[in-house]
Design a protein around this ligand. Sequence first.
Ligand SMILES: *[C@@H]1O[C@H](CO)[C@@H](O)[C@H](O)[C@H]1NC(C)=O
Ligand SMILES: *[C@@H]1O[C@H](CO)[C@@H](O)[C@H](O)[C@H]1NC(C)=O
Ligand SMILES: *[C@@H]1O[C@H](CO)[C@@H](O)[C@H](O)[C@H]1NC(C)=O
Length: 671
Amino acid sequence: MAIDLRSLLLQILLYVYYIPLALAQDVNQFIYNGFHDQANLSLQGIAEIHPNGLLQLTNLSRNEVGRAFYPFPINFDTTSSLSFSTNFVFAMVPEVIKKNLGGHGIAFTISPSTDFTQAEANRYLGLFNASNNNLSTNHIFAIELDPIPDFDFGNITNHVGINVNGMKSVELAPAEYFSKKEGKNLSLELLSGNPIHTWIDYDGAEKLLNVTLAPTTIPKPDMPLLSRHIDLSQILLKSMYVGFSSATGTLASYQYILGWSFNKSGPAQSLDVSSLPPLPEGRKVKPSLVIITSLITVALVLITVAGAAAYILRRKKYEELLEDWEEEYGPHRFSYRNLYKATKGFKDKELLGEGGFGKVYMGILPSSNVQIAVKRVSHDSKQGMKEFVAEIVSMGRLRHRNLVQLLGYCRRRGELLLVYDYMPNGSLDRFLYRNEKTNLNWAQRFRIIKGVASGLLYLHEEWEQVVLHRDVKASNVLLDAGLNGRLGDFGLAKLYDHGTNPQPTRVVGTVGYLAPEVTRTGRATTCSDVFAFGAFLLEVACGRKPIELQADGLSEQVLVLVDWVSECCRRGAILDTSDPRLEGNYVVDEMELVLKLGLFCSHATPASRPSMKQVVQFLDGDADLRELPHYSASFGAFTSNESSDFISVPFSQASAPSMSSTDSILRGIGR
Ligand SMILES: *[C@@H]1O[C@H](CO)[C@@H](O)[C@H](O)[C@H]1NC(C)=O
Ligand SMILES: *[C@@H]1O[C@H](CO)[C@@H](O)[C@H](O)[C@H]1NC(C)=O
Ligand SMILES: *[C@@H]1O[C@H](CO)[C@@H](O)[C@H](O)[C@H]1NC(C)=O
């Protein structure tokens, strides 16, 4: 019985001793490495616990409050030594990782009650309202982790504050942590989305409160961020709840507690950082990743923009006009890109010459290595373009060894490009007048004359339709590698009319080569081509231009070549007019023939001029000039009224005998 009594006493003793101990332990300290099933927190507002144990106080809903408190009150010993120690890991994840754009933060709170129904969200963090803020009857102590500045409360961006009974902090500091490695405080971005470890330690004997922050990647720093002497026994009541309150305003962020440890009598246990629940995917954004991502995005955007710009510029650079009706001319059509490459981008170095209609460039076709001459003709008119191109293409079908072959064309906005065979020896006028080329002997000159005559005959009579050249002159005669004369620019003066002026009223040709009737009527005929050919014959034989300015020291006078030769002819001294550079080295019969034929072709009356067929016959010796019935009469005709008409063509331009608008298109093919 005694034994029974003893064992009973022991049992009672054990009961009395152990049970209160167990209860005290329960209330003294707790630790949550994640808030799993056993966690019996009291949640308020929009707070919720994720299945993985993550405590989410707020989400992106605006002007909301989320609270989580330990369900039982804790007895604080306010008479003697009131101490406590707590540490927790929190994270604030903004919707967009941008500085200070997020909710109002989190407050670790010690409060006499968990009834906050009258408290406001936003800058009051769900703890106070405008009327009870800062009242000593609140008995609320809080450590606020607040990314948003509130100037009414005297606080700053991204700060940690010690708050007593209200939102105005008794002490605050920018969020920083002491780095042992660097020996100084480093900044901590509360809204970075990264978990941050916080320690709050109050020593009641010293009345010293320390608040320490650090990234979860390092242990607790030796130096606290805030260290303040404060007598919490004056503020706290005996029975208090501990927990967290968090609020969003017009801006919101996800605000989380990952783990929490608390102890009322001694240092709180350390959290096992590695076992804390992870933050939701994509919300825990590393700043470096953000920077890299945005850099990559910016780079991609820049590359795309640059690529698009390059593509557009390239498109623009090689842009051409191509319409449906041109399809049938496909083989005659050159791409602008090829011409651009052939002429090395129309470089001045490749410039062969410049005429009234545009510049001529030398080029080498990239695909075939064929040498070409490209004439750029500015052409703004859409009108008549179809006919223009049709005629160009038909010109391309003209084939004669004394014509410069037209290979094709290309069209761009306001511009037409004509592609010709390249003539390596350039134009005849350079040999005749400019000393840059070697002199041509009589045999060469006579062959050139015969060649040009046969080319012109082909245009007038031997092709399927009559083609007028309209601008025969030495500068339009080009010399191929064998120094054979080839007519360039055939038909183009007329074609050019299509585009600019459909009425045939515009005078086309060059002063000195222009038949008198053309200046009156504006109509070109084969006869006017023959007139120009006559001027050309005299040019080659005499080595002089049809109209020259001669200065004799006192006055300037105009030498009209045909008048001069005609006068010498009448005096019986026609050979005196032969080019002095020939130094008398010529076949007299041929020279006389060319000079007289020149005069014959220059007859003022169109009908009196020979045809090109006759001209060729004379030159070939198949017909004799002297057998012509009106032969002698031919040479008196130049001083008639008609020819004075011709002489009266703008003499102000005599020093530049070309009428600029009618200058040869192909002048200067070849160097
Ligand atoms: C935030 O959480 C509350 C409570 O769970 C919910 O009603 C609300 O829709 C959530 N808001 C957003 C933006 O997710
Ligand atoms: C959780 O706390 C409430 C009071 O807040 C209490 O009624 C309930 O019994 C507790 N449950 C557990 C499992 O501790
Ligand atoms: C502020 O909160 C206190 C205490 O909860 C309450 O008595 C008071 O009515 C509230 N005032 C307003 C304006 O909400």
